[in-house]
Every structure is written in structure tokens, then in C-alpha cells.
Write a protein that binds this ligand. Structure first.
Ligand SMILES: *Cc1c(COP(=O)(O)O)cnc(C)c1O
Length: 412
């Protein structure tokens, strides 16, 4: 198998990858006929992932520095996650929340032990986790409080409340009017935050580092002001850690880099190591407001997804991946800083841990596509911010290879 893969890599393009019946063009054609075209897709069909590499249906090997939009946070098909899923699949795939579920309780404990002794509600995605958080904030605060403060450039998901919370006009186009009760302020603007508070404010929700918004790191002053103003006004502080959570920033959660504790955090992406899962974790006294009948999810917290989540957390711990994220994050930023000296098109590099943005002075789409042609997957957001978010298992050699390909792509 490995030899077969290598053989095809050396040859570049080749016959359909072993185990798939179709090549990339055939798969793309099938999409044209049967799949709704709501995504701008790269012209590749991926059939295998292992660690920090992908293989497409034509046998090309791709170094992945943006694995699954941060979902594959410990690399593709991490052996411990695969083993946990295989074992759980043979025991019990799904059981409804009418019963107690051991894996759900265990995963909740693992999360709780790592952040403010919180209590968890499980769902299946980031948007759902944020919906749960917004509903809980309303439930927990007095009836007249129904408003949310969110920030420009944020991204909270695509369901109606989550996309209303997402203060970027492009995501609202064609869907107006949005839900009532949302006030938008500029990110990191303490005065605007103070002015936006009213007696009707139920919650403030931000990302500790805006991901889709272009890797914008919250200032300590902004975080502190949110905490203080929420306390003064009896409002709930929600941190959307869907992208920052589970070690990527060099801490288990992004908020641990600040001296404030939120009331609620939301998680998804990397939590399941590739399996769909979302979670909302709230301080116990806040969590108490979500009594039977107030909220639910059919698939949320099922044994399979929770077994994957447990394996992810154990793998991070056993393999020292948080330390690796810190070290490799610094290494990557240094390499990219060096690249900046060579290429004036790089304005600056920002971020934390393995959440890294490269601000360009020009649009980045062409660089992304040239990188892909040369075997490297990165992302571009907000038109001119390249996003490097490699898995926490990434090595220096892999970063070296990635930066080399990026260097050549910019030079062209
Ligand atoms: C991806 C993302 C979401 C949405 O998650 P889905 O699983 O796509 O619903 C929400 N918030 C942040 C910060 C994200 O990065």
C-alpha cells in the first residue's frame, strides 16, 4: 500500500487512487449534477488523509497546513482516534439521550477538568454549540434581557441566530431581515463595548482569536472589559472557542491566555478529531438554567462522537501536543517572518500558537492555488490573509517544506 502511494507520488498524476473507482474529474462531474454548489471548492477530490498529508483521487500527495479547517487538529486519521472509533462502533454507535451515556459523561469530565469546572451540553457542530450558548444566556438572565453584543469580523456559524451573530454583511446578504436583538461593535473596542450595553443585554459573544475574520487576537483589555461589564450588567460572557479550542493556541482553550473566566465556552472543530461533535460548556450555576425541555439534540453526545473526543484529549496529553503546538507555532512564525524580509507582499505575521495569519498587501487566492499545485494546502481568508493552521502533530521538517513551497509560490 505505502509503496503504491509513493509510486504514484513520484509519477504525479496517475490512475485513480487505490480503493476509489473514480478520478478527480469524474468526481467533480458527479458534483456538478447532484451536489448543491454552495461551496467554492478547490479542484481536487481527497480520498485519503494520514497525519499531515492528504492524497487526492489522482494519487497526488499534499502537505496539509489547514487540516479540515482546524477539524483535524491532531492530524488526519490519528491512530488513537481511529482505534477508539473502531472499538466504539462495534459496541454501540448511537443511543438517545433518554439514557445515560458513559462516554458522554467521561468527555464532559475531561473538558470540565480543563476549564472552570464547567458542565457540558453536546451537539454536532460549532453553530449548534453557539445556538445553545445564546439560548442558555437568554434562559439564565431576566426576561427583559434578550440582546447580544457581537463583534465585526466575527464568525459564529450559519444557522439563523449564529449567522446573525456573525457581524459580516456578506453572510447576511439575501437573508434579511436577520434575527432581532443583535448589536455589533468593532473588535477590541472597549468604548464601543461599554456604549453598546443596555438593560436588555443578555450576553456578549466573541472569539478569543477571530479565525475566519483574519486571525485577530483579542486584547487583554477587551477581554477584561467584557468580563467586568457583563458582571456589572448581569449579562453572560460567551467565548466562541470553536476554532481556538482544544490546544491550537498553545493552551487547552484560548481564554486560558487571559486572566478572565467566561461563563460559557463553545467548542466543535478539533474536539472530535474528524468526527462531527460540538459542545457548550457553562459554569455550573449558569448551566443549571438548562432544565429538561429547554434544549436538546438527537445526535448530540452520542457514544461514537464522544469516544472520538476522549481519544483526542488523551492523545494530546499523552503525546505532549500542546507543547509541540507552542514550539511549532513559534517556529512557523519565525520562518514566516524571515519570508517577509524577502517578499514585500507580506505585510506582517500575526497569531498565537498554531493559529497563524499572514497579512498580504494583495489578494491571496492565486498564492493558495499555486501552493496546491505544488503540493501544499493553506487557506486564504478576508481575501488577503493567508491562514496557517497546521495540526498539533506538525514537525519542523513539514513546516520547512511548507514554507519552501510558499516561498516559491510568492516568487512566481
Ligand atoms: C467554524 C466555526 C463556527 C461554525 O462551526 P460549524 O461546525 O461550521 O457550524 C463557529 N465559530 C467559529 C469560531 C468557527 O471557526
Amino acid at each position: 500500500m505505502a509503496d503504491a502511494i509513493l509510486y504514484r507520488i513520484q509519477r504525479g498524476h496517475g490512475p485513480p487512487y487505490e480503493g476509489t473507482a473514480m478520478n478527480t474529474n469524474e468526481i467533480i462531474e458527479m458534483f456538478g449534477r447532484y451536489v448543491i454548489a454552495n461551496y467554492g471548492r478547490l479542484p481536487r477530490a481527497i480520498v485519503k488523509g494520514e497525519g499531515n498529508y492528504l492524497w487526492d483521487a489522482d494519487g497526488n500527495k499534499i502537505l496539509d497546513m489547514f487540516p479540515g479547517w482546524a477539524v483535524s487538529g491532531i492530524g488526519h486519521c490519528h491512530p488513537k482516534v481511529v482505534a477508539a472509533i473502531q472499538k466504539q462502533a462495534a459496541e454501540l454507535l448511537h443511543i438517545d439521550n433518554t439514557f445515560y451515556i458513559e462516554q458522554q459523561g467521561k468527555l464532559a469530565k475531561l473538558l470540565s477538568d480543563r476549564a472552570f469546572g464547567g458542565k457540558c451540553f453536546f451537539c454536532n457542530s460549532g453553530a449548534e454549540a453557539n445556538e445553545a450558548a445564546m439560548k442558555l444566556a437568554r434562559r439564565h438572565t431576566p426576561k427583559e434581557k434578550y440582546k447580544y453584543i457581537t463583534t465585526e469580523g466575527s464568525f459564529h456559524g450559519r444557522t439563523f441566530a449564529a449567522v446573525t451573530a456573525t457581524a459580516q454583511p456578506k453572510y447576511h446578504e439575501g437573508f434579511l431581515p436577520m434575527l432581532p436583538g443583535f448589536d455589533y461593535i468593532p473588535f477590541n473596542d472597549v468604548d464601543a463595548l461599554r456604549n453598546a450595553f443596555t438593560d436588555e443585554t443578555a450576553a456578549v459573544m466573541i472569539e478569543p482569536i477571530q479565525g475566519e475574520g483574519g486571525i485577530n487576537v483579542a486584547t487583554p483589555e477587551f477581554m477584561r472589559a467584557i468580563r467586568e461589564l457583563c458582571d456589572e450588567n448581569g449579562a453572560i460572557m460567551i467565548l466562541d472557542e470553536v476554532q481556538t479550542g482544544i490546544g491550537r493556541t498553545g493552551k487547552w482553550f484560548g481564554f486560558l491566555d487571559y486572566d478572565v473566566e467566561p461563563d460559557i465556552i463553545t467548542l466543535a472543530k478539533a474536539l472530535g478529531g474528524g468526527v462531527a461533535i460540538g459542545a457548550m460548556m457553562a459554569k455550573p450555576e449558569v448551566a443549571a438554567s438548562l432544565v429538561p425541555g429547554t434544549h436538546a439534540s438527537t445526535f448530540g453526545g452520542n457514544p461514537l462522537a464522544c469516544a472520538a473526543g476522549i481519544a483526542v484529549i488523551e492523545a494530546i496529553e499523552e503525546e505532549g501536543l500542546i507543547d509541540n503546538a507552542i514550539e511549532m507555532g513559534e517556529y512557523t512564525r519565525n520562518k514566516l517572518e524571515a519570508l517577509k524580509k524577502k517578499h514585500p507582499v507580506i505585510d506582517h505575521v500575526r497569531g498565537k500558537g498554531l493559529m497563524i495569519g499572514v497579512q498580504l498587501t494583495t489578494p491571496g487566492a492565486e498564492i493558495v492555488s499555486r501552493c496546491l499545485d505544488n503540493g501544499l494546502r493553506i487557506n486564504c481568508t478576508q481575501e488577503n490573509v493567508l491562514r496557517f493552521m497546521p495540526s498539533m502533530t506538525v514537525s519542523k521538517e513539514e513546516i520547512d517544506a511548507a514554507v519552501e513551497i510558499l516561498d516559491a509560490a510568492i516568487s512566481d
